[in-house]
Write a protein that binds this ligand. Structure first.
Ligand code: ADP
Ligand code: ASP
Ligand code: MG
Length: 418
């Protein structure tokens, strides 16, 4: 029997009516002759609420119990979706991660898949079940504990099941009708893309476009899963939404194909660190040990305020997620106290955002960075940090200019035009 994976995100299962609406989409595919694996998220807002409860109860929580609590939202929707399908006369049952089992690493809060043995579920399909409703976002560690995959993880559950079961397609149903040139909620000129290359989607996702979890795109690219993003609120068919596919399946190719932003960025500067071989290792080693995800880095010559001091000094600036600032501060203060290196001041700026332009066309085109910087300059937006790779350019700016910057870049690269 041909098999499809259909994933419904939080807003698509936000209440019983929406679950019923999603169930109808599943019914349509069953009627077309498919067995279906449905992956569900928690009802929208639920995971945030559960995270809040954990943090309130235990600020330095045990990550295993965090996962036990935070994974529970998906269990509710999986059961409700199975019940709804049964009411419609469709043989369906729910599956929690441990029942499949969805084997993951033990990295609680950001676990990765190890294996999804298909035998149990295939045996149920063979018995006549048409739909398996799987709780997204969760798995099982080798120690027998419940794990979660990181925020947005149900996308990755969906792609992993599509790969493990050789699904014909993996359809991600969400609250927008596809992948856009930028977030349509902050740029009214954003244009829906028919297709987007895996590599571009990977960059957009990792630079903040939350429409797909980064890891889901990585898995789809590796296992050649046909991945599609489409609306759960509209009538859809095989041609709806955006297909995420190989570069060579795409005819039109612009130099820049999308703009992403991330508001959860912070900037830290260690002022006046001694400039000597090994200083970067001395700073970023302890940050890595503390689990801080450093992204952009710049090193500048430090102003000399004491002409009699002949040593060389540098300022080290880096960006990191806002919620890791406290951890990073502690790591730096501890390292300083332990005499690993010295600095005059530690300056933190949490009012920044990262804006990025992405496009595989950048590999062969010069002048993209200059055009980007000129567009920001024309809007009087000051750039604090820059980083580039083969197919993206990112800048850190004041957060209050975030939307303005996204719109200006969307305009200058004419992303509203096909
Ligand atoms: P779900 O709950 O279905 O997983 P998410 O909220 O995680 O949905 O992702 C969908 C949201 O992603 C959209 O509502 C949109 O605001 C946002 N988004 C950000 N960038 C993009 C983009 N380039 N294209 C489409 N949506 C985007
Ligand atoms: N419910 C989880 C979250 O909000 C996983 C998901 O929806 O993808 O992050
Ligand atoms: Mg999501």
């Amino acid at each position: 029997m041909p098999l499809l994976v259909m994933k419904f995100g939080g807003t698509s299962v936000a209440d019983l009516d929406r679950i019923a609406n999603a169930a109808q989409k599943v019914q349509r595919e069953v009627e077309r002759g498919y067995d279906v694996i449905v992956i569900v998220s928690a009802m929208s807002g639920k995971t945030n609420e559960l995270v809040g409860w954990v943090e309130k109860t235990s600020p330095l929580y045990d990550a295993r119990e965090y996962d036990a609590v935070v994974s529970s939202g998906e269990n509710v929707t999986a059961g409700l979706m199975a019940l709804r399908l049964q009411e419609m006369g469709i043989p369906a049952r729910s599956w929690q991660g441990w029942q499949v089992p969805i084997n993951t690493t033990s990295a609680h809060g950001s676990a990765r898949f190890v294996s999804i043995p298909p035998d149990n579920m295939n045996a149920k399909f063979a018995e006549g079940f048409k739909v398996a409703v799987v709780a997204g976002f969760q798995g099982l560690s080798a120690e027998g504990r419940i794990t979660t995959l990181g925020r947005g993880g149900s996308d990755t559950t969906a792609v992993a099941f599509a790969a493990a079961f050789g699904a014909e397609r993996c359809d991600i149903y969400t609250d927008v009708d596809g992948v856009y040139t930028t977030d349509p909620r902050i740029c009214s000129k954003a244009r829906k893309l028919e297709k987007i290359a895996f590599e571009e989607m990977l960059e957009l996702a990792s630079l903040g476009a939350k429409v797909l979890q980064t890891r889901s795109v990585e898995l789809a690219m590796r296992y050649k899963v046909r991945l599609r993003v489409l609306s759960s609120f509209e009538d859809t068919d095989e041609t709806s939404g955006t297909l995420v596919c190989d570069e060579d399946e795409i005819m039109e190719s612009k130099v820049v194909s999308g703009v992403a932003y991330s508001r959860d960025e912070a900037k830290m500067t260690l002022v006046k660190v001694e400039d000597r071989p090994g200083i970067a290792a001395a700073i970023f080693g302890p940050l890595a040990d503390a689990g801080v995800n450093v992204d952009m880095i710049v090193q500048n010559i430090s102003e000399l305020d004491d002409p009699s001091d002949k040593r060389a000094y540098t300022d080290m600036t880096f960006s990191l997620p806002t919620n890791q600032v406290e951890r990073a501060k502690k790591a730096m203060e501890d390292a300083k106290a332990a005499g690993q290196f010295a600095y005059a001041k530690l300056v933190t700026d949490t009012d920044v955002a990262k804006i990025s332009v992405v496009g595989i066309g950048m590999r062969s085109q010069v002048g993209v960075a200059a055009k980007m910087f000129a567009a920001l300059a024309a809007e009087n937006v000051n750039i604090k940090v820059i980083s580039t790779s083969e197919i993206k350019i990112s800048v850190l700016i004041d957060r209050k200019y975030m939307e303005l910057a996204v719109q200006a870049l969307h305009d200058v690269f004419e992303l509203d035009k096909a």
